[in-house]
Design a protein around this ligand. Structure first.
Ligand code: UDP
Ligand code: MG
Length: 320
């Protein structure tokens, strides 16, 4: 599709009324500095506060602003995906609404993009104002992910990145339901470039990623790109049954060649519980994969749009 929009900025928001005005102003300021045409695509991921109304209002007097209003909360990764479907820019930038990702970095991303990189991602060298627990679990997650997958997903990198139109078009061809967008971007390939930054504290409001959602995202990341957890069952099973067999040989030796009786009620219970535990854990891992297969087979749409607001989108109607 030919377009005059240079940059599409994708901003997912879920109950961000405390920050959204500031976010809008800061991103706007940066984009004006580019001197090129741009669109600010906000997506309302089922917020229950007034952030969507605020953006809807902006869209009436600022024609660069559009709002895609989803019918309920579909989750951050789906919200980004919905926005990508609507973006028409030659380059698409994904940025959080809470100003943890400094919008000023977009200018540096654009510089690299103009040098010919199709993906410019922002790597966090430092995270400010986040709990030790969050930093530690995030760091662990990226390392587990790196170990368990065959494609190289950069560590300490969130969704804050610029992608070229070509990459965006390819991403739109990937229909999977449990999405881990940053992994998909790596999977798609193209020339990628990292730029480093310090992740700021949330301007206001609180994180929309409680532990439960972080675990879900991590599992999506790992299961979408790796079979290693499934293989683990095989390896562990082989190891355990080999050691069980060796132990049996030892016990038989004791019974046949020595006088000592083999006592073992406590150890038997211990071993039974541990091994049953292993089996259940492996079943759980299997369940993670089976559940995702089930999600894929249902063939439901990824998201449902309730309404779109904004001049640009109306001009580009026909995109579904
Ligand atoms: N977000 C969203 N839907 C959700 C959860 C989060 O659109 O279900 C948005 C949120 O408004 C923010 C971005 O995704 O713009 C990142 O979320 P958050 O800042 O809470 O995550 P954190 O930075 O704490 O990992
Ligand atoms: Mg945040």
């Amino acid at each position: 599709m030919s377009t005059k929009v240079g940059y599409s900025i994708i901003i997912p928001m879920f109950n961000e009324e405390a920050v959204i005005q500031e976010t809008y102003q800061r991103i706007k300021k940066v984009m004006v500095m580019t001197g090129e045409a741009y669109e600010l695509l906000f997506v309302n991921d089922g917020s229950t506060d007034s952030c969507a109304q605020m953006i809807e209002e902006y869209s009436y007097w600022d024609e660069s602003v559009s709002l895609i209003d989803l019918s309920r909360n579909f989750g951050h990764q789906i919200a980004i995906t919905a926005d990508m479907d609507y973006a028409v820019g030659d380059a698409v930038v994904i940025i959080d609404a809470d100003l943890q990702d400094p919008p000023e970095l977009i200018l540096d991303m654009i510089k690299e993009w103009k040098k010919g990189y199709e993906v410019v991602y922002a790597k966090r060298v430092k995270r400010n104002g986040e709990s030790l627990f969050k930093k530690w679990t995030a760091s662990l997650f990226y390392r587990v992910l790196r170990y368990s997958t065959d494609i190289s997903i950069p560590v300490d990198t969130g969704d804050f990145r610029l992608i070229d139109r070509k990459v965006c078009d390819q991403l739109k061809r990937l229909p999977e339901k449990n999405r881990f967008v940053r992994g998909l971007v790596s999977w798609v390939g193209f020339r990628q470039k990292a730029i480093e930054y310090e992740r700021d504290e949330r301007l206001a409001g609180e994180t929309k990623y409680p532990l439960k959602r972080m675990i879900k995202l991590s599992l999506d990341g790992i299961t979408s790109f790796s079979y290693k957890p499934l293989k683990l069952a095989g390896y562990l099973g082989a190891l355990l049954s080999a050691s069980g067999f060796l132990y049996l040989v030892y016990v038989m030796y004791l019974v046949i060649f020595t006088e000592s009786a083999v006592k073992g009620w406590a150890s038997m219970i211990g071993i039974t519980l541990t091994f049953n535990g292993f089996v259940l854990i492996m079943l759980g891992i299997l369940g993670e994969y089976v559940g995702r297969i089930y999600d894929e087979t249902k063939g439901r749409p990824l998201y449902i749009v309730q309404e779109v607001y904004g001049g640009n989108l109306i001009a580009h109607k026909g995109i579904d």
